[in-house]
Design a protein around this ligand. Structure first.
Ligand code: 0O2
Length: 206
């Protein structure tokens, strides 16, 4: 099948560009309000054509059905400082009126067998084209910095093994994912303790 990929992917590129600007803008708004910002940084990408073709083969997705069946042609990642920020960002995204959450996958509570943790929202986003509004699917992944550290490195190592790590490496990657999660939990505990100390200090000054 001959496809003009650039034309096909254009609404997805527009979606990624728009959402990156909107979500990065939120970070600045929290800073201005001098509130804790649940967003550390935001990235986004349109799935590269070779990955689309590879995923369509491995998942048995017909190239005619990419729009409906490949949910991550447009992908956004939101990195949060703390695990609890993930839930705040999810609630905030669910309340937005420029996108609709279709369904969600909570790999933070239910980690994948690989050790992968992240919260995924599959959303519909209406994008204005020259003479029509097209509703496209976008996958928003929300994760902590530690989850992102693990996932980015595991993903890059995966290219060598194409998803089939030897068992011993698999086990070590799972352990590394657990260490990353423990680090997240420890940072949250430290944060809570600091908040408590500050609260007590304020009371003692009143
Ligand atoms: P990319 O863009 O190269 O990252 P399912 O059919 O639901 O089991 P599906 O549809 O692939 O699987 O969705 P899933 O597993 O919920 O999420 C897909 C995306 O989540 C992946 O995209 C990765 O970005 C990320 N992900 C899921 N599992 C892992 C993992 O074990 N390690 C890492 N590093 N990332 C993971 P793609 O398609 O791999 O593309």
């Amino acid at each position: 099948m001959n496809r003009d990929w650039e034309l096909f992917l254009l609404p997805y590129k527009q979606t990624v560009d728009e959402l990156k600007v909107k979500l990065r803008g939120l970070r600045g708004m929290y800073q201005l309000r001098k509130e804790h910002g649940p967003i550390e940084f935001v990235t986004g990408r349109v799935k590269p054509i070779n990955s689309i073709i590879m995923k369509s083969k491995t998942r048995g997705i017909s190239l005619d059905k990419l729009e409906t069946d490949m949910e991550d042609l447009a992908g956004i990642r939101i990195m949060c400082p703390f695990v609890e920020d993930i839930h705040d960002v999810v609630s905030m995204l669910k309340k937005r009126n420029d996108l609709t959450v279709v369904y969600e996958k909570d790999y933070v509570t239910n980690k994948k067998d690989s050790g992968y943790r992240s919260y995924h929202l599959i959303c519909e986003y209406p994008v204005q084209l020259i003479d029509e509004v097209k509703v496209v699917l976008v996958e928003i992944q929300i994760r902590t910095l530690a989850m992102n550290f693990w996932a980015s490195i595991e993903h890059s190592l995966n290219y060598k093994y194409q998803g089939e790590f030897p068992e011993e490496i698999n086990n070590r990657l799972q352990k590394a994912a657990e260490s990353a999660f423990q680090l997240d939990e420890e940072m949250s505990t430290i944060r809570e303790e600091i908040k408590e100390i500050q609260k007590n200090f304020r009371y003692s000054q009143e």
